[in-house]
Design a protein around this ligand. Sequence first.
Ligand code: 8YV
Length: 329
Amino acid sequence: MLSITSKSSLYGARRLPPQILQVGSYAAWDEEPLNAAFAVHRYFEADDKAAFLAAVGPQIRGIATRGDLGAPRAMIEACPALEVIAVYGVGTDAVDLDLCRERGIRVTNTPDVLTDDVADLAVAMMLCLGRGMLGAEAWIRDGHWSQRGGYGLQRRVSGRRAGILGLGRIGFAIAKRLKGFDMRVTYCGPSPKSHAADLGFVADPVALAAGCDVLFVTLAASAETQNIVGRRVIEALGPDGTLINVSRAANVDEAALLEALESRALGAAGLDVFAGEPALDPRFLLLDNVLLQPHHGSGTVETRRAMGQLVRDNLAAHFAGRPLPTPVV
Ligand code: 8YV
């Protein structure tokens, strides 16, 4: 950790480094520079979080958080001098954005740097499920290949129909990859996008699901998108359909999803996000038509380093009075 003098030199010789609340842990390569630049209060290590917030809240000028943890109302309210919240992640659904707007608190996230990795994972899940790779590997490990012959035939992935619910940066990166598999890609959103003229557009999520074999959920979560993938969308996708969710669990009606997977009314699902994660409904673990991932769409060394850097760049820009690199609010 650098001395107070070197930290303060970043923000003027007379001033102490800004006090930051760190909501969750980061990789060591991020902890070190964060601690060097700011006076960091480690919320996630406090046993009595309410008492900790009451003690440090009044001095806090910035919050460094993660996409999965955000900054709830009570936390923001405990920090009356708060100026900026930097999210390590693209999703800001766990931050009380209304309160931030009301109080003039700036919010930043880490878009772009994670797009390719999340898209890669989504496509990898499609391929893995489509070709039955987990079952095929178990076939070898269980000794069936030599005893019983080859694994059961699967369905072709190339040339199938894909639907993308939410054509933002990640949805677009998935579409780009799917073109390499000669897939016909249709997307759904509030309105057609000018940069997606070669993709089909439908305005209704049920129609999108009815017209595709693989449905990718990539839209930013909000109160309006809660359970947007509900019973009707899942039924429309059907027993030969696959759902891939790399966005937020709240976008999918998990009870309806579990029922459909159990009854085979839905063919398969690749899921990187779960209600109440890291705990998840144990019913998922009993299914053989799911591929479960521990919310690690952005989980590569390259992307996580870039995300950490962007968190620090946003905080540093704010406290130096420079424009924020990636503002949300
Ligand atoms: C997490 C994410 O932030 O980008 C997002 O919105 O959910 C992820 O990248 C990351 O897993 C760290 O918690």
